[in-house]
Design a protein. Structure first.
Lengths: 149, 259
């Protein structure tokens, strides 16, 4: 009975710690977004829908960070990590329209070629995805060595 | 296996931070770039070509230099045919630099007349398509394009060749005076010669004459071309062929039937 109570307490502490860790990570990421967005202030005036697109991205990304923190120490942690990497790739390709952005502004058409940035970002996201897959393999390997998945 | 995975993670994080910081600073730097497009101007060169000029003032107060700055201007007629093209290229605009670029495109009135001769007689509109490209932070290509409208004033607007008037000059010759009038709506002063040749009904050249025209821009011109013709050669079915010879273009023959 005492052992069960202790187990419950330990598990609760673990869950609270994970939730706290995930939330802190999410808050830090959001703070980073707020700081960086100050640098991007001229863009929303020129590109309609830019702020909305960025905010949607940040919202989903923060959710994935928190979910990642909550599931830390389980296989789902790696699953969320991989999802995050794939989400970044998908979102960048979708929102940057293949890397060439065309913005009509009054009588002027502005075209920005972000293909190089997109290529590097996709490459880095794939690295992140590969890391998550390797971590998942390593996790399963360690778990099987300890005697049961 | 944990150490290599962690190393990949650390390297990826650093690269992400570097990439995002670079992009954010490049975009932030973009706000300190000032492009000041002057009003497009049309003028005449020393060799009597028409000159479209556009000056662009660039103040680069950003964090990075810009390179491969190029401006291309295309002058197009109403149907979209390219009359001429002008290109200006600046390899680098360093940070803190203030540069003024002159983008010129020259073309002859002859080039325009090859597309459509009505540009001589009807006011119209030309279009200037301006493309400016630059690599911000020496890495991110940005292109800006815009269309400008250029009013075209016809040099021979409302050209009227009056009915030739015949008067007796002497016992053997008639003097035939043909009135010419037009409005010079062009942005250049028009000077030149009008040559008129008279042909008999049989197609023989029976006389010619010429006059000098001087029509400053936006002015009305009225003058006469006098032709002396032998009386015996004046037959029914005669005609005049009129040629306009100016430093900007040559035009003719304009056929005016007579008799």
């Amino acid at each position: 009975m005492v052992d069960e109570k202790n187990d419950f307490k330990t598990n609760l502490r673990k869950i609270v710690f994970r939730a706290l860790k995930g939330t802190i990570k999410g808050v830090l990421f959001y703070a980073l977004y707020l700081v960086l967005f100050r640098f991007l202030v001229p863009i929303p005036d020129i590109v309609p829908g830019f702020q909305q697109a960025i905010e949607t991205f940040v919202m989903i990304y923060v959710f994935l960070i928190i979910a990642d923190g909550l599931t830390s120490g389980t296989i789902f942690h790696h699953f969320f990590n991989a999802t995050r990497a794939l989400f970044v790739i998908g979102y960048l390709i979708f929102s940057l329209k293949g890397g060439i952005l065309g913005v009509p502004f009054q009588n002027v058409n502005l075209t920005v070629d972000l293909r190089l940035f997109l290529t590097i970002a996709i490459f880095l996201s794939f690295l992140g995805f590969a890391k998550s897959v390797l971590q998942a393999i390593n996790y399963l390997n360690e778990k099987s060595e300890r005697g049961g998945i | 296996m944990n150490v290599p995975i962690r190393m990949i993670g650390i390297a990826t994080t650093f690269l992400w931070i570097f990439l995002v910081a670079f992009l954010a600073s490049a975009v932030y730097s973009f706000k300190d770039l000032k492009f000041d497009f002057g009003l497009p101007q049309m003028s005449v060169t020393l060799d009597n070509k028409l000159l479209f000029s556009l000056n662009i003032n660039i103040v680069n107060n950003g964090y990075y230099s810009m390179d491969s700055f190029n401006v291309t201007t295309e002058i197009l007629d109403v149907d979209g045919f390219v009359v001429t093209r002008g290109l200006t290229f600046i390899p680098t605009i360093k940070k803190g630099e203030n540069t003024t670029i002159f983008n010129n495109a020259t073309f002859g009135v002859d080039d325009l007349l090859q597309i459509n001769r009505n540009y001589l007689f009807d006011d119209s509109e030309l279009r200037a398509a301006v493309y400016a490209g630059v690599r911000i932070a020496e890495l991110i290509p940005v292109e800006v394009s815009t269309n400008l409208s250029l009013p075209w004033g016809a040099p021979f607007y409302n050209l009227i060749m009056g009915q030739p008037e015949r008067v007796e000059f002497n016992e053997t010759h008639f003097r035939i005076a043909m009135a010419i009038s037009f409005e010079n709506h062009a942005f250049f002063n028009l000077t030149g010669n009008v040559q008129a040749q008279m042909y008999s009904g049989a197609g023989l050249r029976v006389g010619d004459g010429h006059t000098v025209i001087e029509a400053p821009q936006h002015s009305f011109y009225h003058g006469y071309v006098d032709i002396y013709v032998p009386k015996i050669e004046l037959t029914r079915g005669s005609r005049f062929e009129v040629y306009f010879l100016t430093p900007f273009f040559d035009y003719g023959p304009l056929v005016v039937p007579y008799g």
